[in-house]
Design a protein around this ligand. Sequence first.
Ligand SMILES: CC/C=C\C/C=C\C/C=C\CCCC(=O)SCCNC(=O)CCNC(=O)[C@H](O)C(C)(C)COP(=O)(O)OP(=O)(O)OC[C@H]1O[C@@H](n2cnc3c(N)ncnc32)[C@H](O)[C@@H]1OP(=O)(O)O
Ligand SMILES: Cc1cc2nc3c(=O)[nH]c(=O)nc-3n(C[C@H](O)[C@H](O)[C@H](O)COP(=O)(O)OP(=O)(O)OC[C@H]3O[C@@H](n4cnc5c(N)ncnc54)[C@H](O)[C@@H]3O)c2cc1C
Length: 536
Amino acid sequence: EQQEKWVPRAVNMEIIGTYAQTELGHGTFLRGLETTATYDPNTEEFVLNSPTLTAYKWWPGGLAHTANHCVVVAQLHSKGVNHGVHPFIVQIRDEDTHMPLPGVKVGEIGPKLSFSTANNGFLGFDNFRVPRDSMLMKNAQVLKDGTYVKSRLSKLTYGTMVFIRVMIVTDMAYYLSVGATIAIRYSAVRHQSKPKENEPEPQILDYVTQQHKLFIALASSHAFRVTGQWLWTTFVRVNKALTSGNADTLPELHAVACCLKAVTTRDAASMVEACRMSCGGHGYMTSSYLPILYGITTAACTYEGENTVLLLQTARSLVKAWQKGSKGKPLSPTEAYLMDKSPVPKWENTLDGIIAGFRRVSAGKVQDCVSKIDKLVKMGTSYEDAWNQTSVRLVAASEAHSRAVILATFRAEVSRAAAALSPPLARVLHQLVHLYTVYWALERVGDLLLYTSIAERDVQELQQQYEDLLQKIRPNTVGLVDAFDLRDEILNSTLGAYDGRVYERLMEEALKSPLNAEPVNQSFHKYLKPFMQGKL
Ligand SMILES: CC/C=C\C/C=C\C/C=C\CCCC(=O)SCCNC(=O)CCNC(=O)[C@H](O)C(C)(C)COP(=O)(O)OP(=O)(O)OC[C@H]1O[C@@H](n2cnc3c(N)ncnc32)[C@H](O)[C@@H]1OP(=O)(O)O
Ligand SMILES: Cc1cc2nc3c(=O)[nH]c(=O)nc-3n(C[C@H](O)[C@H](O)[C@H](O)COP(=O)(O)OP(=O)(O)OC[C@H]3O[C@@H](n4cnc5c(N)ncnc54)[C@H](O)[C@@H]3O)c2cc1C
């Protein structure tokens, strides 16, 4: 009924909304949110209020000037009892004049690192009344007399965040495809230095260090796209089960969505930054789009769940799985490997060998965390303090788990799809899977040395495999980014345009600068000249 009331109006843009959950004082700890929604049975209304400055909603995208409605997450009070945070759909601006409604204080939060067009806003309520049906009652309800009907599963309130985290993994695949396209195309156009005196300056794409910086971004884009598709399929399956009242698979989805969102956003931000730096000074130009792209990807490390907090959520699931498995209870499919108690096998420098190695690393780290926590608790430390003292290791365990999931999914999905592909295309995609897998084995070689039987000669061989793969992928690099088929208007980059006219585009953009409107800028007359004449 509520969906019938609100969804059509949102779809036809009568309602322009945003998600107002984070407050000035709380973003991570949702149970600490301060905005209140107090039910008045006499008028069958909720009274929304921001009791403190820290209760003001702060950050919601589009809140400052675009949205006329928002979903507000508030502490629900009825009959003198606080029932915890619940979502409410609230009109905040007049639909004709767009003026803020009486009792609503709304504005813009100021300049940010990026997302300059997002008009992120603040929102405060001064005893603002909304009808009872403003409470989104899919999960919990408040009856006309104020009786609270509990949700069958309190965590369903957090469901929107799982959905967005699932989407973010695929978003990161897209942003990496943009960064890789810009940097690789530029690297094919840019010639620099003379390693061989009697030969012309080479394309910087032929420097192996440049390939090391860029090809992992290209491979990661494919890895995250494939993993994002797998995660979406999992999300759809879990939500179908939830619809029929079965919440058994929700904890696994929450745990895997948390660590994949955290790892893919951190990788995307660091790899986009590597793309920027690989383009030298021109990569620092706003007109290259790479600084803006970095701002967008690094924001994702914070929004929709700050990465550390989410990795600790997954760690909570991994520790619980370890404890369950140790009692012989079955584990979820993504965590079942934790109970592999077989002896550590002889190391194999193969994809399967490396994937198995990352699972050993994750299981070993989880076991170490459980041992440390148990030891601290036995010494009289509270569980919460033991958890905190182990949290650096818990985050590392979560990351290893996430990498094992991505490696296995990327390999399995490309192997499955390869049968339907032309042999040349299948070969190139397998090279990307191989590069991605060997790259991370080398990046985490310390962990592999600790938890597997990998030996020095294996590491040397992996390094050579990696360098051979860079060489094999080089001839197809430009073709691979062209295959993303990103239009120039979307790339929005002087360095990444399809025609490669980098220098002409850089100058064209430079001449658009307002500072080039006149040969002598007014700052000379106002500041420089008086200063030079000793008048300032
Ligand atoms: C696709 C992107 C779109 C466009 C891109 C462009 C621009 C995007 C711009 C902005 C989009 C992002 C907007 C936002 O940022 S919205 C705000 C996001 N905020 C958060 O994510 C808050 C993060 N905090 C939390 O989720 C929680 O506070 C918490 C960290 C999980 C802790 O909550 P708490 O109640 O204390 O829970 P715990 O005690 O830790 O756990 C209790 C129990 O619940 C389980 N749990 C927790 N969360 C979930 C969930 N989401 N789903 C299912 N289950 C959950 C948890 O596992 C635990 O279970 P146990 O069985 O172990 O008890
Ligand atoms: C670009 C952008 C857009 C956003 N859009 C929206 C939006 O549309 N709607 C919305 O509601 N919100 C939005 N947000 C807010 C975002 O969801 C929050 O910033 C995010 O949830 C983090 O919360 P916080 O800012 O309070 O950081 P905090 O939680 O205060 O984190 C600060 C530090 O404390 C650490 N920390 C916190 N808790 C723990 C813990 N339990 N264990 C270990 N370390 C911990 C964190 O790891 C972090 O290092 C947006 C944010 C950004 C940057």
